[in-house]
Design a protein around this ligand. Structure first.
Ligand code: NAD
Length: 412
């Protein structure tokens, strides 16, 4: 069986799906590894380093003929057009927010495995959890960006020239990225507070050194699969208003809130921004073309408001640490492949919960239940709290159209 690594085509993407260190294990499983020439450039892995590890360096056209084609992100339209029935594509395909890609992959007759659809709560899926590995990197980098843009110290400093008080950092959203942002800001010496709409995250936030803020105006909003549900309009307004007071009391705010398949919730409004002190910094990890957690944030850009607040639209953070992000992603994707390879062939068992979760198209059909397909086994029945009509994890391609949906979760 031939597995190929495609060079990423998204603008600014520096990650690569396999690093040279990952080739050996695949070869031991009787897999021939092809790497598109210069696929590893952005992560500082040369063609020769892949060749030394046992891979063959090939053209893009040849890489696209492999039995299994590996990517970090999505294949571009030309790549999808080159694929043939029977091939398998694996990447962070963001199918909940890209129904056109899902339809194109089904039409091409390929089997598509989406790394962001792996059921993350299954213990055997932990080594394959690319959303977590990339979110960890993003959270770490977000804290560093906040510290760099802030014109004062993060730690308490007592010097002959005076004493600097520690920075007050607020992390909104305490999933994987938020927890890493808290830990990193703490290690730099900041005093950190945190908030999440899922109260069960309190213990985790406290365990990495944050003081957890509870809002009185919004109740718990835990959804299915360990994720948050989308808030109602009333809840959203109440949350924004109450958060504004907390935001104004902090020097650096890092926002990480996401709802799968939906536009990121707006947490920092115009009024909240205006109430912040000049010199404050916001790092918006939810920043996307459709808007982020912070009003007016622009993905990939830093803007300074009239009252002197620096708003960093922090998109593409994992890619900004491409060597680390690629190494972790390579372990995730290799773990999935090795789980699926039997006797040198990729064998899919639709009865297996992990495999059913990750498979979005198979042999020309859309099969994932969250995309309107009918893959087995059926998902567990939702609890009453999870049966909200706006549950993101049940979003069909129509419900989660690109117009209303959030960014690729790979951005963390
Ligand atoms: P995410 O990126 O989808 O969201 C980030 C955070 O934003 C979440 O904690 C969410 O509750 C929060 N959020 C959403 N809307 C919000 C709002 N309006 N206000 C404030 N916060 C809001 O989440 P993630 O980090 O990818 O994962 C979420 C959770 O999934 C994890 O914390 C964990 O509980 C679970 N998980 C479990 C495993 C496992 O069991 N092995 C692995 C990974 C993740």
């Amino acid at each position: 069986m031939k597995v190929s690594v495609l060079r990423e085509s998204a603008p600014g993407e520096r990650r690569v799906a396999l690093v040279p260190e990952a080739i050996g294990k695949l070869r031991s499983a009787d897999v021939e590894v092809l790497v598109e020439s210069r696929a590893g450039d952005g992560a500082w892995h040369s063609d020769s380093s892949y060749a030394d590890a046992g891979a063959s360096i090939v053209s893009r056209a040849d890489a696209l003929t492999a039995d299994v084609v590996l990517l970090v992100g999505k294949p571009d339209l030309a790549a999808v057009a080159a694929l043939r029935p029977g091939q398998t594509v694996v990447g962070l395909l963001a199918p909940l927010t890209d129904p056109d890609l899902v339809a194109a992959l089904a039409k091409a007759g390929v089997t598509a495995l989406s790394m962001d659809m792996i059921p993350r709560t299954l213990p055997r899926a932990q080594p394959m959890d690319a959303l977590s590995s990339q979110a960890n990197i993003a959270g770490y980098k977000a804290a560093l960006l906040g510290a760099t843009a802030f014109g004062r110290f993060f730690p308490l400093l007592i010097t002959a020239a005076g004493t600097a008080r520690p920075a007050k950092v607020l992390v909104l959203g305490t999933g994987v990225a938020g927890l890493q942002a808290i830990g990193t800001a703490r290690r730099l010496g900041a005093v950190v507070s945190a908030y999440d709409v899922r109260p069960e995250t309190r213990t985790e936030a406290e365990s990495v050194g944050a003081t957890f803020i509870e809002l009185t105006s919004v109740g718990p909003a835990s959804g299915a699969g360990g994720y948050a549900r989308e808030l109602t309009e009333d809840e959203r307004l109440a949350q924004q208003q109450e958060l504004a007071g907390h935001i104004a009391r902090h020097d650096v705010v890092i926002t990480t809130a996401q709802v799968p398949g939906r536009r990121p919730p707006l947490l920092v409004t115009e009024d909240a921004l205006k109430a912040m002190v000049a010199g404050s910094v916001i790092v918006d990890m939810g920043a996307s073309e459709l808007g982020g957690n912070v009003v007016g944030s622009v993905p990939g850009e830093t803007v300074v408001t009239e009252n002197g607040v620096t708003v960093i639209g922090a998109s593409g953070l994992p890619s900004s640490m491409a060597p680390a992000a690629s190494a972790m992603y390579a372990r995730n994707i290799s773990s999935l492949l090795l789980y699926l390879i039997k006797d040198g062939q990729l064998v899919l068992d639709p009865e297996d919960e992990l495999q059913a979760g990750v498979t979005i198209t198979r042999d020309g059909a859309i099969v994932h239940p969250a995309l309107g397909g009918a893959a087995a086994p059926a998902p567990a029945p939702p609890t009453a709290a999870e049966s909200e009509p706006d549950r993101a994890d049940e979003a069909s391609p129509d419900e989660a159209s690109p117009d209303e949906a959030g960014p690729d979760q790979a951005e963390g």
